[in-house]
Design a protein. Structure first.
Length: 148
């Protein structure tokens, strides 16, 4: 009887974890704000890509950034200015071991709005947890009518 209960609880926990791919995004941003390099690294698949789709002037382009360099820069940043990325309501699409998350953001430096845009995450289930396979974002300084 106890064996069946343990099996059922294990399956229910596995199904619940697998059912919410957005947890990988939340885990990444929690690590981002805590400057936790190990947790950030563990949020990504080993072959993950980090990209930007516009330049600082808003011109369309595609630029790949070094993920390890990004993690190092985030985790070793000074206490000031404080970085804070506020997320809006995510749009999650998921099927089997693949998911995408589209989520608006506003990025602040010491409580001053720096820029805003959208993050697009591609996530995969690695048989243990959801991990980020790619992250691409936009960015603009024209945030007056940009709502979360």
């Amino acid at each position: 009887m106890y064996f069946l209960l343990i099996c059922w609880l294990s399956i229910a926990t596995y199904a619940q974890e697998r059912s919410n791919a957005y947890t990988a995004v939340e885990t990444f941003f929690k690590a981002f704000h805590a400057k936790d390099s190990l947790a950030m690294k563990n949020s990504f698949m080993p072959q993950a890509r980090l990209m930007r789709s516009v330049d600082r002037n808003g011109k369309a382009m595609l630029e790949e950034n070094d993920l390890q360099g990004f993690i190092q820069a985030v985790s070793s940043r000074k206490a000031s200015p404080k970085w804070e990325e506020q997320l809006g309501t995510p749009v999650l699409q998921q099927h089997q071991n693949l998911a995408t998350v589209w989520v608006p953001f506003r990025f602040y430096l010491d409580a001053t709005l720096s820029h805003c845009g959208y993050n697009a995450f591609t996530l995969v289930w690695d048989n243990e947890q959801w991990k980020i396979l790619s992250l691409i974002d936009t960015g603009t300084k024209d945030c007056d009518q940009f709502t979360l």
